[in-house]
Design a protein around this ligand. Structure first.
Ligand code: FMN
Length: 207
């Protein structure tokens, strides 16, 4: 499938807001449950050269990771987990406070290395939880490492009931000159996104 041309066509036809699916009202399962192993999904360390799609994501409690794995499974993509050098606190109120302060101050946390070479990929999905109505600083820190000129970037988010809020709008400040695909927001669940909803979105993108 000539997914690149299809994707670019979809990007050309759809404005971000118009193409962003509304969040579904689904049960929000516990985020502390372990997520299933990524099965046939290729890991960056194992096989970096063959796929033309990269799914890069930050996830604190596993929900965004679960969606990232679904996307990678369905698109034969390479997965990359964005990891801050200093892990976020597990205690929820501490996490809320730290995230709020980082977002307020525009802090971008230093990331663990190595970072992927994005020149190998035609399409880069970027995933983040919705934190305080916007993207998580670690996702911004990842995007800030690169020049996105001419790249096709597709943002996706998971949320706890607030939906997209300002996630897609805000993350675009790190994506100047990129072709930005239709962003999606999925209700955060340890089991990942609703399969039909996810497939509908991927079809819209042309994948
Ligand atoms: C610091 C913090 C702030 C959050 N703010 C929001 C929010 O504003 N709106 C919302 O719908 N969910 C919010 N959530 C819930 C997360 O978006 C949701 O649980 C998400 O699926 C978590 O993804 P993860 O498991 O990949 O970390 C917040 C969670 C945290 C930890």
């Amino acid at each position: 499938m000539n997914y690149k041309n299809l994707l670019l066509a979809a990007v050309g036809l759809c404005g971000i807001a118009a193409c962003s699916p509304a969040p579904q009202a689904e049960s929000n399962a516990s985020a502390s449950q372990p997520n299933p192993a990524p099965s046939a999904v290729r890991q960056l360390e194992e096989e970096p050269m063959q796929s033309k799609i990269l799914v890069a994501y930050f996830s604190h409690s596993g929900n965004t990771a679960a969606v990232a794995r679904q996307i990678a499974d369905k698109t034969d993509a390479v997965l990359y987990e964005i990891r801050p050098q200093t892990a976020y606190p597990n205690e929820y109120s501490q996490l809320l406070d730290q995230a709020k302060e980082e977002i307020r101050s525009g802090f971008l946390p230093p990331l663990q290395q190595p970072l992927p070479d994005i020149s190998s990929y035609d399409i880069v999905f970027i995933g983040s939880p919705n934190w305080w109505g916007t993207y998580a600083p670690a996702a911004g820190a990842f995007l800030a490492q690169y020049d996105w000129s001419g790249k096709t970037v597709v943002p996706f988010f998971t949320h706890g009931g607030g939906g997209m809020q300002n996630c897609s709008r805000d993350i675009q400040k790190h994506l100047t000159q990129a072709n930005i695909g239709p962003a999606a927001a999925f209700r955060g669940r340890s089991g990942g996104a609703d399969e039909k909803e996810l497939e509908k979105w991927l079809t819209k993108i042309g994948l």
